[in-house]
Design a binder for this molecule. Sequence first.
Ligand code: BDR
Ligand code: CA
Length: 313
Amino acid sequence: MKPRALIFDCDPGTDDAVALLMAFAHPERLNILGVTTVGGNVPLKYTSLNGLKIAELAGREDIPVFAGCDRPLVKHEYLSVEQIHGKTGLAGVSFPEPKRALESEHAVDFIIRTLLQSSEKITLAVTGPQTNIAMALVKEPKIVSKIDEIIFMGGSITEGNITPAAEFNFFMDPHAAHVVLSSKIKLTMMGLDVTHQLVTTPARLKAIQSIGNKQSQAVFDILSFSGAYDMNRYEIEGGHIHDATVTAYLLKPELFQGRECPVDVEISGQMTMGRTLVDWYNSNNNETNVKVIRSVDIEGFYDLLLECLKKYS
Ligand code: BDR
Ligand code: CA
């Protein structure tokens, strides 16, 4: 089967790095046309550099990396989360300086150009604030018909993680999320409800490390660093894995269950900015716009993660 054409938009970021390493391991399944970066977990200069570093770690210097937007559509107090990802976004691992430079084209222009020129539909994997995608949709609405599907990590049916109401990616750029949610593109949402089920227990981390290649060691180090924060905050025995759910869904959608729902995001609340509104029961029979994933085969997910990392051996 022909590999699926994909653009990966992200803010690496510890768990974005894991998501990318899983995707980079499967060139026969995923034809990654480019990685586009956005400011989020840490500022854009770091997320972009990290995109290059992760591609090199994976031996995927064939994949170009494009820097995008460094602030949300509507400016608000910037909240980077260095306590989780470290100052440079990839704490826990020391990477050599990348040999390659970033592409000179802006990520938003790359997304538009690639979609318009493509003879096939392209999937977008989105694991950071959705600023680049919203900018592209507003600048060139014709791209809508060229997007096969957007699979994103963001939002939550229940609790928030950056505020009591909001998940981080939606909170960072709620207006961008609103543009994407109202785009009529096929959307699949990996929210905190599912990512919080994937706890990196010591046994799971050990299984990752015992693969014994440099990519699995990097994932072990990254998840150990970010996991320490989650263990303390949530009083659980490991950390959460968020963004890798997007790659896992691309590779093995049967691991996930959810349903089509009407979904929106709060863009004017004082205390609830970025809150996801998922009408899980759709009592009023409103139009649905998102497949909301709510459960995951946890062991199946970790088996897939191990399988991806073994491909580097
Ligand atoms: C999301 O926020 C970021 O910190 C992670 O990389 C993930 O994309 C989880 O809320
Ligand atoms: Ca992310």
